[in-house]
Design a protein around this ligand. Structure first.
Ligand code: URA
Length: 285
């Protein structure tokens, strides 16, 4: 039985949309938009199990190289992403990595390259419900760094920079709508953002970053470029294997950094701490 309309959870803490309760997921959760990508992400784990599946929100939990993690699909766009983040926070998750696909706005970002977001332009509607437009949508620096480290260590092509997040795939990203409908406001938006050195368009990072920041959680985003809006190419499979490898590896790296940081009683990750971890690894190796 659900408690109330205001608080739609059961006495055990089961969440209405994601069908998860406290203890079902660890602190690290990967967030693909596509439910079909959840088993793909989990396919490289040591062990995994389907924990919940409800209204398109699919969750697997397991371990990757000994580190406990989960993956939950957010669906497309800010509204459903906010629901998932709200409910995952309530069951104990606090570190999120969006694992998505994206349209590159710069010619040099080739199909299959990964884009790691340092921040997001808030063209979504949902984050405005939570905070005024002046409030930043920034990735957590330690999650961002773990993603960069993962991409470096795996030797994949990647870029780091500002992303634009829209609640609209077609008109809001400057693509003609049905019968060519495209209001002036959105005509050429992809070129105007490119001039501002924005790397890519996607649909969830800004909402995720704003919510994580408000709630004191951590968030990052990595996306595979399946489209290039300058060259007008599109391949929905480009970069997906690298995407999955980098996201999982970033969780492992972050786990190691968190463990040493907590052991040292530090609140923040620093270059000093990372150097200590590297020295230890050299010693072990
Ligand atoms: N996802 C988006 O939001 N836009 C694209 O162009 C490709 C993937």
């Amino acid at each position: 039985m659900f408690k109330s309309a205001r608080e739609p959870t059961t006495e055990e803490g089961l969440q209405y949309h994601v069908h998860l309760k406290p203890g079902d997921v660890p602190r690290y959760v990967l967030l693909p938009g596509d439910p079909g990508r959840v088993p793909l992400i989990a396919s490289v784990w040591d062990r995994s199990r389907l924990v919940a599946e409800h209204r398109g929100f699919v969750t697997y939990a397991g371990t990757y190289k000994g580190v406990e993690l989960a993956a939950t699909s957010t669906g497309i766009g800010g509204p459903s992403t906010a629901i998932v983040v709200e409910e995952l926070l309530r069951v104990g998750a606090d570190t999120f990595i969006r694992v998505g696909t994206t349209g590159a706005l710069q010619e040099y970002v080739k199909l299959g390259d990964l884009v790691i977001s340092s921040a997001a332009v808030r063209l979504d509607g949902t984050s405005r419900v939570y905070a005024d437009p002046e409030y930043p949508a920034a990735a957590s620096y330690d999650v961002l760094l773990a993603l960069i480290e993962a991409a470096e260590s795996l030797g994949v092509r990647y870029h780091v920079g500002v992303t634009a997040s829209s609640d609209s795939f077609y008109v809001g990203q400057g693509r003609p709508g049905f019968r060519g409908y495209l209001p002036d406001k959105w005509r050429g938006i992809e070129r105007r953002l490119a001039e501002l050195n924005v790397l890519n368009f996607e649909m969830e990072a800004a909402t995720l970053f704003v919510l994580a920041s408000i709630y004191g959680a951590r968030a990052g985003a990595v996306c595979a470029a399946i489209a290039n809006r300058v060259t007008d190419e599109f391949d929905p499979r480009a970069g997906i294997t690298d995407l999955v490898r980098v996201a999982n590896e970033a969780v492992r790296i972050l786990y190691e950094w968190d463990a040493v940081r907590e052991l040292r009683g530090k609140r923040y990750l620093s270059v000093r701490l990372i150097s200590e971890i590297l020295r230890r690894e050299q010693y072990k190796g």
